[in-house]
Design a protein around this ligand. Structure first.
Ligand SMILES: Nc1ncnc2c1ncn2[C@@H]1O[C@H](COP(=O)(O)OP(=O)(O)OP(=O)(O)O)[C@@H](O)[C@H]1O
Length: 323
């Protein structure tokens, strides 16, 4: 497989602040690479370094060349912050961007791809936030790029529109387009990305296919039982800890849920609800981005303000019950 993008030891500081602390990354032709990480982790700075729109140390090559020397017909970029002229219609804006390229796609086809066929003649300023974002996505597609950078493309887009955009990105990837996508939506990253990279404090702390990341870092399945019962008085056969109004029972396989129900019945413990969930990419994110502590601490603080502090437990997973 040929690498479309190769970055080595990319560093970028703003004054004393090290936004990128040495990121190395390779993305193959036709691959979709999802970049996730907390606010301020450096995702946008990395996209800018990879596209040559900010100066950075280290080396970046797109199609074997410096990003600033690459034929711009081959690259599409949707920046996170994009503020096109407000008094142009969606069609006029895409016409304008299409005019910057020697070979552009048919603008009506792009408008249709991003779900704007019916609103194409509305001024940008009169489009809703989600429609504006669709217009911006369209502007990154007009040159039919071989390599597409999308910095939070679905922010503000409604669920149906988001899924339509996912379908569009999947069809582009199926057609061979290489895509680098940043997102805070873990379902989006899992669905679209062949590999997900997690950036934290300017460092890529993991990069792998989503299922491998979940298996490696997602932790155990959880059975959340809404009950006042004391776990010490139950013989559940699985580790259980209290989290607010619930017991979180770990590592119960779906076929063993009945055993837990039987154990609750045997102890005469009543419960209001029972929810089983598998770990997912969000658990990986919380684990690797070191956000689990922040999340739980926030919950403990809110609960104690409400006078109902969840009981702290040994591994800090006190409040996982209602995720
Ligand atoms: N132009 C700039 N001048 C000074 N500091 C900057 C600049 N751009 C980014 N930073 C800082 O660099 C760090 C990384 O920012 P960046 O925008 O890359 O994060 P991000 O992961 O994209 O965040 P978000 O998820 O909020 O979009 C932050 O601390 C930010 O304040």
């Amino acid at each position: 497989m040929t690498a479309t993008l190769v970055a080595e030891d990319v560093r970028r500081s703003y004054g004393e602040m090290e936004a990128l602390a040495g990121v190395s990354l390779s993305v193959d032709a036709g691959e979709v690479f999802g970049l996730v990480g907390p606010n301020g982790a450096g995702k946008t700075t990395l996209v800018r370094a990879l596209t040559g729109t900010t100066d950075a140390e280290g080396s970046v090559e797109l199609f074997g060349a410096d990003p600033r020397d690459v034929d711009r017909e081959r690259v599409g970029l949707l920046p996170q912050a994009f503020d096109p002229p407000a008094r142009l219609t969606a069609r006029e804006l895409l016409d304008y961007y299409a005019g910057l390229y020697d070979e552009a796609r048919d603008v009506d086809a792009v408008l249709s791809d991003v779900g704007l066929a019916d609103d194409a003649d509305t001024w940008y300023e009169n489009l809703s936030g989600g429609q504006q974002r669709r217009t911006c996505v369209g502007s990154a597609l007009v040159n039919d790029p071989d390599l597409l950078f999308l910095d939070e493309p679905t922010t503000g887009i409604d669920p149906a529109g988001r899924r339509a955009l996912w379908d569009l990105l999947e069809s582009l990837a199926d057609g061979g387009t290489t895509i680098v996508l940043t997102t805070h939506d873990m379902a989006e990253a899992h669905r679209l990305a062949d590999r997900v990279g997690l950036l934290a404090n300017g460092r890529l702390v993991a990069a792998d296919d989503p299922d491998t990341l979940v298996a490696e870092y997602g932790g155990e399945s959880r059975l959340v039982v809404e009950t006042a019962a004391d776990p010490a008085a139950l013989d559940l056969g699985y580790p259980a800890q209290r989290a607010g109004d619930s017991l979180v029972v770990s590592d119960v396989a779906p076929e063993a849920i009945g055993d837990v129900v039987d154990a609750l019945a045997a102890a005469g413990a009543s419960y209001d609800a029972l929810t089983w969930s598998e770990p997912d990419l969000e658990d990986v994110y919380l684990e690797l981005a070191d956000e689990r502590g922040t999340y739980d601490a926030g919950r403990r603080k809110r609960a104690s303000v409400a006078g109902d502090a969840p009981q702290a437990d040994t591994d800090g997973a006190a409040a996982e019950g209602d995720r």
